[in-house]
Design a protein around this ligand. Structure first.
Ligand code: HEM
Length: 528
């Protein structure tokens, strides 16, 4: 970074002089032309009109006018840090992924934490899901584990994502609320989407108002696959467990903190890392095979379900340490582009329909947000392993193929002809069989929306259960349409009678509506 030249003073005639000071670099334009005067626009006479030939003014203002890029369509408010992943237990029997082969090996990492619904300038302690996106710069390419601090999700199929996000963000006519789920549109959508009930229990719990990023878990959410060198595959769920344990604030604290210090979580991470108090998470894996997967009474491809750790323990294989803050927020935290489809040999997708849809969405959105196809050339997104390919040109191309060859196969030999494919080391997709008619239909195995919601609620301590009840009362009391509140009470009865009664009392509803029919399509008509 170039410090601005200091020590300007006005001459006797009112003109500005730059006083050269030892130790300072000379200010230049982007073209490298030294700047003599950064305080005054070029004018025709001291009091006359500005001149179009003032290239320094034009360049400076042009660049300023274009400083903003679109904020992320979701997870706009985020904060990141650098660090590393250290493999503690190699797992070659599970995966050939290079980063898991050698104990003690460190893989550079960048992590971005975020809220989902609020705009970029919103506050940190909104009641919301937190993003927990990890980019691991492995020797066989970048692996992005784009997770959340909650192990399940609201919807089962990616086609509903635009709807849930539209519903939770500011209403299109009012342009509020900016960062709160407490409004009619959100609860209207949720009450019509019974598959969201498990996630709703988590979002109404203390998990959604974490004390800091350092006290949060992270989850890959979807079932993925690990594949070893023999081509044997097991299903896997990824979990980040914080060394500091889990801590949350209570809602009244969250409300006060948001007013007093909207940057509470940012400040906490900055201060901790600058003080050398590096946050750390264990990477734990739950792995299981196809037969075991069949034994569950839910579908492991359903992202609204978790695999209970009593049935499949989460085994630690490594640790993630964050030890360095970005030097520039925009260059690193804003421009980082996570994509679920960034995987490496030894890690593969499952057929979870939400994951499949995400694999389309992230690349698409980066093109829009980062303005072209060359965002992998930005230092924060560039792999830290060798990269050789024939992709070229486009906006802002920093690295084009060198020399004659920009296609393959070619006849020009290894010196000139460039890279070749490698069937041994290259990514080869697991030949998972797939058959059946093309359909638009949810699998029947995705039908149970209440059992895990109930299990989560009853697993909470009485204090935590009270917080869930209080949160639901607070949130639903902001709904102006009574039918939405009633629909939610009908769902809550399928989760826990006591919870439904508590919320009804808090809302001043004397009578509970009949429990929601778990098998029926939700009603979209609102009573007058
Ligand atoms: C960010 C789409 C579900 C975690 C984003 C972004 C999009 C998106 C478009 C903005 C990316 C950017 O501009 O850089 C979707 C779609 C989903 C979905 C279509 C479902 C169909 C999920 C789920 C999780 C998740 C289930 C968690 C497991 C994240 C995170 C970010 C993000 C952590 C922020 C990444 C960052 O910090 O830059 N998502 N998302 N999303 N999403 Fe999703």
């Amino acid at each position: 970074a170039q410090p601005a030249p200091q020590g300007t003073h006005r001459g006797e005639g009112g003109e500005t002089h730059q006083v050269a000071q030892e130790g300072y670099l000379t200010l230049t334009t982007q073209q490298g032309t030294p700047v003599a005067d950064d305080q005054n626009t070029l004018t025709q006479g001291r009091r006359g009109p500005a001149l179009m030939e003032d290239f320094h003014f034009r360049e400076k203002m042009f660049h300023f006018d274009h400083e903003r890029i679109p904020e992320r369509v979701v997870h706009a408010r985020g904060y990141g840090a650098h660090g590393y992943f250290e493999t503690l237990t190699p797992i070659p029997e599970l995966t050939k992924a290079d980063l898991f082969q050698r104990a003690g090996e460190k893989t550079p990492a960048f992590v971005r934490f975020s809220t989902v619904a609020g705009n970029k300038g919103s506050f940190d302690l909104a009641r919301d899901v937190r993003g927990f996106a990890v980019k691991l710069y492995t020797q066989e390419g970048n692996w992005d584990l784009v997770g959340n601090n909650i192990p399940v999700f609201f919807i089962q199929d990616a086609i509903k994502f635009p709807d849930i996000i539209h519903s939770v963000k500011q209403e299109p006519d009012k342009a509020f609320p900016q960062a709160q789920s407490a409004h009619d549109n959100f609860w209207d959508f949720i009450s019509l989407t019974p598959e969201s009930m498990h996630m709703i229990m988590w979002v109404m719990s203390d998990r959604a108002i974490p004390r800091s990023f350092r006290f949060m878990e992270g989850f890959g959410v979807h079932t993925f696959r690990l594949v070893n060198a023999e081509g044997r595959s097991r299903f896997v769920k990824f979990h980040w467990k914080p060394k500091l344990g889990l801590q949350s604030v209570v809602w009244n604290e969250a409300v006060k903190i948001n007013g007093a210090d909207p940057d509470f979580h940012r400040r906490d991470l900055w201060n901790a890392i600058k003080a050398g108090d590096f946050p750390e998470w264990e990477l734990c894996l739950q792995t299981f095979d196809e037969d075991f997967a069949e034994s569950f009474d839910f579908d492991i491809l359903d992202p609204t379900k978790l695999i209970p750790e009593e049935l499949v323990p989460a085994v630690a294989v490594g640790r993630l340490v964050l030890d360095r803050m970005p030097e520039n927020f925009f260059a690193e935290t804003e421009q980082v582009a996570f994509m679920t489809h960034n995987i490496v040999p030894g890690i593969e997708f499952s057929n979870d329909p939400l994951l499949q849809g995400r694999n389309f969405s992230y690349l698409d959105t980066q093109l829009k947000r980062l303005g072209g196809p060359n965002f992998t050339h930005l230092p924060i997104n560039a792999p830290k392993c060798p990269v050789h390919h024939f992709q070229q040109d486009g906006h802002m191309a920093f690295h084009n193929p060198r020399g004659r060859a920009n296609y393959e196969p070619n006849s020009w030999g290894p010196k000139i002809g460039g890279p070749r494919e490698d069937p041994q080391r290259g990514f080869s997709t697991l030949p998972e069989p797939a058959d059946g008619p093309k359909v638009r239909a949810r699998p029947e195995s995705f039908a149970d929306h209440y059992s895990q919601a109930r299990q989560f609620y009853v697993s909470q301590t009485p204090v935590e259960q009270r917080h869930i009840g209080d949160a639901l009362v607070f949130e639903l009391s902001k709904c102006e349409v009574p039918a939405i509140r009633l629909r939610m009470l009908a769902h809550l009865q399928n989760i826990d009678d006591g919870l439904a009664r508590t919320v009804a009392d808090g809302l001043g509803e004397a009578d509970l509506p009949p429990a929601a029919d778990a098998a029926a399509e939700p009603r979209t008509d609102l009573p007058p």
